[in-house]
Design a protein around this ligand. Structure first.
Ligand code: ZN
Ligand code: ZN
Ligand code: ZN
Ligand code: ZN
Ligand code: ZN
Length: 200
């Protein structure tokens, strides 16, 4: 409500708002009976909705991924960085999986080897970055013998990568994995589509 500037006001001792002097008694009676100050955010909320206000605004919430109860202020950080069920990608094959499974997966995945064409020997994936830095510093040697046709969706994790050197080869592996899945999925969809077409 706009208060005309020339009108004298008085502070309501309950809500601390400036109230026109002519209304202050009525306001105070109403205010002190119906409103209370939220102890968390300091807003004045209707007494009968105080619990609702707390529940909707301040109460801890269950994470939709792991169903753990967390303070809502840290929910975003929890989901992005701490939740055991948040989806992360394996640094070796880029397969997306829950964070809680990442360590075990990478233990196995990083032990796989890959043939280095420059050295003509097999390198463990977990040692590949060090290997490339040490022996092929900064080079992105695209493997010429393997198809890279499958288009990769742009991923926003790129910036987080610690080692840009292994990127092309990781992508390659990922492409192979995705291509395999895509072929399987594709055949299923095509089958479905064929079925649908027959029905029409
Ligand atoms: Zn008041
Ligand atoms: Zn509040
Ligand atoms: Zn969670
Ligand atoms: Zn992996
Ligand atoms: Zn090498």
């Amino acid at each position: 409500m706009e208060i005309p500037s020339e009108q004298a006001t008085s502070l309501c001792s309950h809500c601390d708002r400036a109230i026109p002097v002519s209304n202050i008694d009525l306001h105070f009676a109403h205010c002190s009976r119906n409103l209370e100050r939220c102890k968390v955010c300091g807003d004045m909320v209707p007494r009968k909705h105080a619990e609702e206000h707390y529940a909707n605004t301040h109460a801890p919430v269950a994470c939709s991924l792991c169903s753990e109860t967390v303070d809502r202020e840290i929910l975003a950080v929890h989901k992005g960085e701490n939740c055991p069920q948040r989806i992360v990608t394996c640094e070796y094959c880029e397969f997306p999986l829950p964070a809680v499974d990442l360590f075990k997966h990478q233990e196995v995945c990083g032990n796989r080897t890959e043939f280095c064409h420059l050295c003509s020997r097999y390198i463990r994936l977990r040692e590949r970055n060090d290997h490339e830095i040490k022996f092929h510093s900064g080079r992105l040697d695209d493997n010429p013998g393997t198809s890279r046709d499958a288009a990769l969706p742009e991923r926003d994790h790129d910036a987080e990568r610690r080692q840009p050197n292994g990127l092309s080869q990781r992508r390659l592996l990922f492409t192979i994995a995705i291509t395999g899945i895509a072929v399987i999925m594709g055949s299923i969809f095509l089958q479905r589509k064929a079925d649908t077409n027959q029905l029409q």
